[in-house]
Design a protein around this ligand. Structure first.
Ligand code: FE
Ligand code: FE
Length: 225
């Protein structure tokens, strides 16, 4: 079970999210950031940008965000040694928070995501659901539009939906149309995303070569953000 202890900062974030995340806003953000014209860098460079970035909105994490990526990745690697694509997903899943460096407000980057249209009909496909804009969808767009990205579809789905707690944890959208396998993977991922935060700090120097190999294998080259 996830327990949310909401401080006034989190409360204010959700207040703003519910107020501002409308279908029009989401459309606007996808059209704007979907141009991927902010900057170009390798995944390692993007992770480097994160090395001194502390997510101001995350009540569980008070250390630089890239460490959380390594913790999640290592936790997944321990459990699924052969699924190397999943290790990379762990490492990069929050890279969309780079939106903070573009001056975006926190409510348009982090927090749980939720459908912005009225109650979705049972036959609605998960992928057709209009969800609030944030770091999930942004990184999904970045990777999907990177020609050399060879991550499997499920990897991109994990990234796209990892903050959709109403679906993967609270079971409020079971009536939507989606592959059960997608839900299972997102749930598995989520356990490692959340609970690795309490683990010991990874020694990044020892891990760099392994993860560089995965970046070269699955997301090589300069990526457009
Ligand atoms: Fe996240
Ligand atoms: Fe995370």
């Amino acid at each position: 079970m996830r327990t949310i202890v909401m401080g006034s900062k989190q409360w204010y974030l959700y207040f703003n999210a519910f107020r501002n995340q409308t279908p029009d806003l989401v459309k606007e953000k996808i059209a704007d950031f979907g141009q991927l014209n902010r900057c170009q860098m390798t995944i390692s460079e993007a992770l480097g940008r994160f090395s001194d970035f502390i997510d101001p909105s995350d009540p569980d994490v008070s250390f630089p965000n890239h460490l959380h990526g390594y913790q999640t990745a290592e936790s997944l690697r321990e459990m699924f040694p052969k699924e190397d694509w999943l290790h990379l997903v762990g490492l990069i899943h929050d890279l969309g928070k780079i939106l903070f460096t573009f001056g975006e407000p926190d409510w348009a980057i982090v927090g749980d995501i939720f459908p912005v249209e009225s109650t979705p009909k049972p036959e609605t496909k998960l992928d057709d659901l209009v969800l609030s804009w944030g770091h999930d969808m942004y990184l999904y767009l970045v990777l999907k539009n990177h020609p050399q990205c060879t991550l499997p579809k499920i990897a991109l789905d994990i990234i796209r939906y990892h903050s959709f707690y109403g679906w993967h944890t609270e079971g409020r959208f079971d009536h939507l149309d989606f592959e059960p396998e997608v839900l299972e993977w997102v749930q598995t991922f989520n356990r490692h995303d959340l609970y690795s935060k309490k683990h010991s700090m990874p020694i990044i120097e020892d891990l760099k070569d392994y993860y560089q190999g995965l970046i070269d294998k699955y997301v090589p080259g300069k990526v457009k953000f």
